[in-house]
Structure formats: structure tokens, C-alpha cells
Design a protein. Structure first.
Length: 366
């Protein structure tokens, strides 16, 4: 198995993982516990994948139980109907020719009637047996056909996209980001899984909350718009609310639950396990959504990692030093080419650059 990027869908597609979660045994338990021990960075993704499988299994069992109850009700109705037919003076049976045509002459042979009674019972049992077999085995096939599919939208570097979810909610997905969601939102919630950055415009439904999973953070909304940024580079995870109200649950248990209002932002430091609430500038935070690259007192690492995701390129640096890495930059670029952005940066920060296909070399001046 190769889970280099540890995507939820990778685990969901793995038969051994599904077996471990749904039908565990000692061998699978030992294997996966050892795997988690060797790959601690994948723990949160594994937990999310486990939750997805267990939720789907719970929904399947609920549906199956309802189908069983419906089945037995129909069987009882069938038995009752057959009993009523047999009670018609004790003469008319469901498969007797006179049941089809009452004008036929009566046959008083006792053995014949007994045979017909036995055949009638046997036929009823056969019909019920076929019905049960067809219902359970047929419904299993139907459930497999109707199994809820998961949709994964993944943007590479240099590409953004707009997504319309099954409930009508809209998502703008940033470059180098991934969104996972059900093809149909069934059950009590509408749940999606985010890696990267996205802006959500949620359709209002007070009876079915909208839940975004990002790392160990849960963001719950009924009808609102907000931005979540979760870049796996050690930087804080940010939840920024534009309209409405959302509940955000952090990784530190019941004491790490927050309600934020428009203009507020929560920053989760996943390494230090700290949470910070602050006001934010919507123009700055949502600039990417409007094709604007915006920097505010950004250091070299933030600037070039942003440009890498935005334009789909890789950077190589020459003649760097600790002093040079300390520079900060503020500025905005709307619908500009990479060359225009680097021209502005190179002038203020003192470097030259060369671009070869998807590779950019930054050469600082001595």
C-alpha cells in the first residue's frame, strides 16, 4: 500500500482497511495498529476515514431494519389474505379452479380437496419463500447499486474550481486543495472533508447542519458563508466567517468549542494545540477567491509557497542567507502573470530570476 499523501479516499478504497473497521480480527488489528505507529502523521486522516465507514454502516443497518419490518408486514398481510380466502365456507381455495371460475361443477372427492389444500399451503409457502429470497438477496443487490458514492474534487497547483454540492451549496476550491463529499446528502447532516483552502456558501437547512471536517477541526453551519484554510505546512488552520453563524469544534475536547460571528476568525495551531480568536480583513482573506494575490507583511516562505500553489511552479533558491530570509512583503496582484509578480518582488527584495517551464530559480544578489 502507498499512502504517501494520506487521503481519506485512499483508505476508503482499501479492502483491508474496510475489513479492519467493519469486521475486525486479531490479524487486521495488529497490522493496522503497527501501521499507525509507524505513520503517526496519518492518524487524523485514518480517524476521519473510520468515521465515514461507520456512519455509512449505521445508515445501511437503519435502512435494512426498516426494509425487514416492511417485509414482515407484507408477509403478514399476505397470510391474512390467504386465511380469509380459506374461510369462505371452507370450499373456495386460492388455487382451486372454482376460485377462478365459480360456474365450474363442484367435485366432492375428499382426497382431491385435501390434495388441493396441501398444494395451496405449499404454494403459499413457496410464494412467501420466493418473496423473502427475492427481497433480501434482491435488495442486497439493489443496495449495492444504490450505495452512496463519494465524490472527490482535487485541484493541482495553479488551478481553482467552483463546485455545486448536492444540496445546492456552493464551494470555491483553491489551488492544491481537495474536497470529499457524498454524491447524495442523506442522514441527519451534510458532511464534507477539506484539505487546503475553500470558500463555502451554504444553503440554509435548519434540520440538516452542514459540517466541514478539516484536520481535527469541525465547522458546523446551518446556512452561512465562510472560508477555511488548512495548508499542511505547519501554519495555523483558519476558519473565517463572512455571514451567518457557525460552531467550530477544536481538537482539545469539550472545552474547545466556539461560536463565531461575522468578521471573526479562529486560528488553530495544530502543533501547539492552541486556539486564538481575532477579527479579520475579508478583503485580504478572500482575495484568492477574486483572483487576487494578497500579501500582508508576509515572509519569504509564505510568499513563495503561495506563488507555487497559485501558478503551479517549483522554486529553487541560490545565494540565500538567514538575513535575506528575514524580509517581509506587502502587496496585491490581480490577474497578473508570474513574471509581473516576480518583477515587483525582485526589485524590492534584490534578486533575479529565471523561468524554465514549471521551474523557477531565484538568485539573490550578493
Amino acid at each position: 500500500m502507498n499512502f504517501n499523501r494520506y487521503q481519506i479516499s485512499d483508505f476508503l478504497d482499501n479492502a483491508d482497511f474496510r475489513a479492519w473497521v467493519l469486521t475486525p480480527n486479531s490479524e487486521l488489528e495488529a497490522y493496522w495498529l503497527e501501521w499507525i505507529k509507524d505513520h503517526p502523521e496519518a492518524y487524523s486522516v485514518i480517524e476521519q476515514a473510520r468515521k465515514v465507514l461507520l456512519d455509512l454502516e449505521a445508515e445501511r443497518k437503519e435502512v435494512s431494519q426498516k426494509k425487514r419490518e416492511k417485509l414482515w408486514k407484507r408477509i403478514e398481510e399476505t397470510n391474512q389474505s390467504t386465511d380469509n380466502q380459506k374461510k369462505d365456507n371452507g370450499k373456495v381455495l386460492p388455487i382451486h379452479p372454482r376460485y377462478v371460475n365459480p360456474d365450474l361443477p363442484k367435485k366432492k372427492t375428499v382426497k382431491r380437496r385435501a390434495l388441493l389444500i396441501n398444494l395451496g399451503v405449499a404454494a403459499s409457502l413457496l410464494i412467501i419463500g420466493v418473496f423473502i429470497t427475492g427481497y433480501f438477496f434482491g435488495s442486497t443487490t439493489k443496495e449495492m447499486k444504490e450505495e452512496i458514492l463519494w465524490v472527490r474534487k482535487q485541484n493541482p497547483k495553479g488551478q481553482k474550481s467552483k463546485i455545486k454540492l448536492p444540496d445546492g451549496s456552493k464551494v470555491t476550491l483553491n489551488a492544491e486543495s481537495e474536497l470529499l463529499y457524498k454524491e447524495k446528502f442523506e442522514g441527519l447532516t451534510r458532511e464534507v472533508y477539506l484539505k487546503g483552502e475553500a470558500f463555502f456558501e451554504v444553503e440554509k437547512n435548519t434540520e440538516k447542519p452542514f459540517v466541514v471536517h478539516s484536520a481535527d477541526i469541525l465547522t458546523t453551519a446551518l446556512g452561512t458563508s465562510f472560508n477555511i484554510k488548512y495548508i499542511e505546512d505547519g501554519s495555523p488552520l483558519k476558519v473565517s466567517l463572512v455571514t451567518g453563524k457557525v460552531k467550530v469544534e477544536g481538537p482539545n475536547g469539550k472545552d474547545d468549542k466556539h461560536i463565531i460571528t461575522p468578521g471573526e476568525q479562529l486560528k488553530f495551531d495544530l502543533l501547539k494545540h492552541t486556539t486564538h480568536r481575532e477579527m479579520f480583513n475579508p478583503t485580504l482573506v478572500l482575495a484568492w477567491k477574486n483572483n487576487i494575490i494578497s500579501f500582508q507583511n508576509a515572509d519569504q516562505e509564505e510568499v513563495f509557497s503561495t506563488l507555487s500553489r497559485w501558478y503551479g511552479v517549483e522554486f529553487d533558491f541560490q545565494n540565500t542567507s538567514d538575513k535575506i530570509r528575514e524580509w517581509r512583503y506587502s502587496g496585491q496582484y490581480k490577474d497578473e502573470s508570474l513574471e509581473r509578480v516576480l518583477d515587483g518582488l525582485s526589485f524590492t527584495q534584490g534578486f533575479s530570476y529565471t523561468i524554465e517551464d514549471k521551474h523557477v530559480t531565484i538568485n539573490y544578489k550578493p
